[in-house]
Write a protein that binds this ligand. Sequence first.
Ligand code: ADP
Ligand code: AMP
Length: 216
Amino acid sequence: MKLLVMGPPGAGKGSQSQKLIADYELTHISTGEMFRRSYERGEEIGKKAMAYINEGNLVDDDITNEIVRKRLLKPDAARCFLLDGYPRTVTQAEALDDMLKEMSSSLTAVINIVVDKDIILERMVGRRVCKSCGHTYHKTFKPPKVEGVCDQCGGTLYQRVDDQLESVRNRLKIYETKTKPIIDYYKGRGLLININGMQSFEAVYKDIQKALRGLR
Ligand code: ADP
Ligand code: AMP
């Protein structure tokens, strides 16, 4: 299965992807996570990307397409993958189509998690992420067992710089103008599955599973 999970920032893409990759044995490709890891490793590409990210802007299309192209060519992405947070512009969606064509591959489905703006703000400002493994929590909706400590690996939890209010507002604006048009792009190709993201984690996941039933 080759899935793409999209939706506004804070919709729950990462949270649902964490379950999907485990249950469906998919290789997780999250561009945001790849940029953060690259920055932590002190790489040039990560430093360049982080300058955009901290301001709540999108990373340049060429940089983003290039890291995805390299990632998709690795053997573990040959059969099954889940793209989380990519593409985020129509230019990226077109580039992805070209990459998949070159690999004689295609997407199985595009899951679009739909969430209203007021809910998004609350989710993003309360988000906490593990520095070591990237697992995501929420101060209120999904607190860790021990405050500030990751349940999965014992790593330290932190608040992303781009989850502060100013940056979140900018990201939402950019989502409306640059990312939302992709919904029609995939709708026109018959791939789009809309999922109501304004429910509990478990209810959202159940709806996704239902929608994926019968797909391979
Ligand atoms: P995205 O990857 O789309 O930016 P995340 O999966 O990181 O979003 O979720 C954003 C925040 O909202 C996280 O703190 C997460 O724990 C919380 N969250 C995600 N889905 C739900 C949900 N269905 N109900 C309540 N909180 C949620
Ligand atoms: P995420 O972890 O998906 O919330 O992404 C965090 C940030 O990384 C985004 O706000 C962007 O600045 C950057 N980013 C992630 N994916 C992309 C993408 N496909 N195109 C451009 N920028 C991206």
